[in-house]
Design a binder for this molecule. Structure first.
Ligand code: C2E
Ligand code: CA
Ligand code: CA
Length: 408
């Protein structure tokens, strides 16, 4: 017997090696042929057939992982056995660059197999959600797979009408009265329940689906507002609430954007001055000329505009000069720590003063404590939003909140 190479003779149907079992050798097919397969969901998936001159089970001689497939002889075959030891003793003598290249290829191959297996296992679950923290630690490859999967899911969910707005009251602080609502998207997922935007909006932004979300949320929100107005008028209310809708950077550079909104406005027969659009400072940067043009059209059509998360971006005064807006929303990170952090308290004070000087409305976000509200009121902040008043709620609950108030 050759001390380097042993020979194995197999008959048709003989198992050469089994998926999941340990293995420490590869086989060079001297004559005959071998079929390679894997088991998925209890079914056998045939990957291919190898014949004379080809190698099977090669992974086992490079690392010590269990076999990733099964090999069965298709006919009487002669296989030359190459053991891991034989291979590795040669590898040790090989050029270090070749050693490194081989290890990289092997690692990638194993990772690919692992993710393909995971994809298969999760196929029934269908949705691949990734929150911000998870995204940071995930390998680009598996992240890409999840994104593609999620994009497909979202496309389907859009056609099934699974995205809907929840509504959070914006309160006039002096009167403790609801002056309007912010519409906040939720995914009413058939299996996972109600999902927050952080689970899917980053992917929607990245793949461009976000513009369809804006249109859908805009339409549903103005329908909600129209019916609320009709019901409130019937019940004798004099002051009617407004609606604030978040838009994306993609919308703001799209020359058709305002026209599309106006189609909804016309269909629903609602006055645009009840509709406010919320955008962030970073959106203003992408294509300033297109943005200025769109902002002009937005305001010309009668919509108002808020600068959302104010204070977290560049907060350059020249913005407020170049990009006309109607209100500033103080980011909730400042409100959260306004009582512990002197700097944040000062930032809030400055934003309120700036807004007053520029005759802009100012809204404080994320008010959770009565004491925060008291401070904000003293500083002259006229509007507030936060869990202290209400969390975002479905349309029917939002209507009840409005109708429970005094009719003045
Ligand atoms: P945002 O526009 O700054 O919306 C306010 C977020 O703060 C909402 O989170 C709201 O639920 C949350 N919030 C309100 N009050 C409080 C409070 O007192 N405490 C705390 N801890 N949080 C509070 P949500 O609904 O998860 O939305 C997150 C972000 O997703 C939004 O931030 C907005 O940037 C984006 N978003 C939501 N809906 C839409 C949409 O329809 N279109 C677009 N383009 N973006 C949206
Ligand atoms: Ca907002
Ligand atoms: Ca905000």
């Amino acid at each position: 017997m050759d001390e380097i190479i042993n020979k194995l003779i197999v008959e048709e149907g003989d198992i050469v090696f089994l998926e999941g079992k340990p293995g420490d050798c590869a086989y060079l097919i001297e004559s005959g042929s071998v079929e390679i397969s894997v088991k998925r969901d209890g079914k056998t998936v045939i990957l291919g057939r190898r014949s004379s001159g080809e190698v099977v089970g090669e992974m086992a001689i490079i690392d010590s992982e269990p076999r990733s497939a099964t090999a069965i002889a298709c006919e009487t075959s002669e296989l030359l056995i190459i053991s891991r030891d034989q291979f590795q003793s040669r590898m040790q003598k090989a050029d270090p660059v070749l050693q490194m290249a081989l290890n990289i290829i092997l690692d990638r191959f194993r990772t690919t197999l692992f993710h393909l297996n995971q994809m298969q296992e999760n196929a029934d679950e269908k949705v691949f959600f990734t929150d911000e923290a998870e995204r940071k630690v995930m390998q680009p490859y598996s992240l890409a797979l999840r994104e593609i999967q999620l994009e497909r899911e979202m496309n389907q969910a859009l056609s099934f009408g699974e995205f809907l707005p929840y509504f959070q009251p914006i309160v006039e602080i002096g009167k403790r009265k609801i002056s309007g609502f912010e519409a906040l998207i939720r995914w009413n997922h058939p299996i996972k329940g109600i999902l927050a935007p952080s689970m899917f909006l980053p992917t929607a932004e990245a793949c461009g689906l976000i513009t369809q979300f804006t249109q859908s949320i805009f339409y549903q929100s103005v329908v909600f507002l129209k019916t609320l107005h009709e019901e409130m008028l019937l019940e004798g209310f004099k002051q009617l609430p407004s609606i604030s809708i978040n838009i994306s950077g993609h919308d703001l550079v799209d020359s058709e954007f305002v026209k599309q909104l106006l189609v909804h406005v016309k269909n629903v027969e609602i006055d645009t001055h009840f509709i406010n659009l919320e955008l962030t400072e970073t959106m203003l940067l992408s294509d300033p000329d297109a943005v200025i043009e769109n902002l002009k059209n937005i305001r010309h059509a009668g919509f108002t505009v808020s600068l959302d998360d104010f204070g977290t971006g560049y907060s350059s005064l020249s913005y407020l000069h170049r990009f006309p807006v109607d209100s500033l929303k103080i980011d909730r990170s400042f409100v959260k720590s306004m009582e512990e952090s002197e700097i944040n308290f000062q930032i809030i004070t400055s934003i309120i003063m700036l807004a007053q000087q520029l005759e802009l409305k100012v809204i404080a976000e994320g008010i959770e404590e009565e004491s925060q509200l008291t401070h904000l009121e003293k500083l002259g902040c006229k509007y507030g939003q936060g869990y202290l008043f209400s969390r975002p709620v479905p349309g029917n609950e939002a209507k009840k909140l409005c109708k429970a108030e005094d009719k003045v």
